[in-house]
Design a protein around this ligand. Structure first.
Ligand SMILES: [Zn+2]
Length: 169
């Protein structure tokens, strides 16, 4: 089932999510729905907070559904290593219509549980490293806009507020 994606300004997106304590049928359903929602958007990553569920789960697929092996679901993920820095344009399904250059590591290693409950460690470089960091941020209540500074951030926040006021957000 495709779930509605929350937008910048909705409470759940701006608060840290809680660890998953038990991988129930509901959690499996949530992950299926998140994958479906991510592909439908279309996007290359989605955190549970973006569909209004304050739990530490994210899904990513940098191939956008073209390569099955690229689909990764993480439960209770933690960043265990990060190196380097890359500057690329970044967007977010919860901040539609806005992009900005965000500094991210060039390599990131994430440890957590796979959906079958087994521990998994994944290494990402380039786009996948960026994606990992972006989704981990979501689980801490941080959006890419929060990573920006100065005028760039002010302009985006101001435009979002304007859209909200006119009911277009
Ligand atoms: Zn996002």
């Amino acid at each position: 089932m495709i779930r509605p994606i929350l937008r910048y300004g909705e409470q759940v997106l701006h608060q840290p999510a809680a660890p998953v304590t038990d991988i129930t049928e509901d959690i499996q359903q949530l992950i299926d729905d998140m994958v479906q929602t991510m592909y439908a958007a279309p996007g290359i990553g989605l955190a549970a907070t973006q569909v209004g569920v304050p739990l530490r789960i994210f899904v990513v697929d940098v191939s956008g559904g073209h390569n099955l092996a690229d689909l990764i679901a993480f439960i209770n993920p933690q960043l265990v290593e990060a190196d380097g820095v890359q500057y690329e344009d970044e967007g977010c399904l919860s901040v539609p219509g806005f992009n900005a250059t965000v500094a991210r590591p060039t390599r990131a290693v994430v440890k957590g549980l796979a959906r079958d409950g087994r521990e998994q460690v994944r290494e990402g470089t380039g786009l996948l490293a960026r994606c990992f960091q972006h989704e981990l941020d979501h689980l801490d209540g941080t959006l890419f806009v929060d990573r920006l500074r100065g005028l760039q951030k002010t302009l985006i926040v101001r435009k979002i507020k304007k859209l909200s006021r006119s009911g277009k957000w």
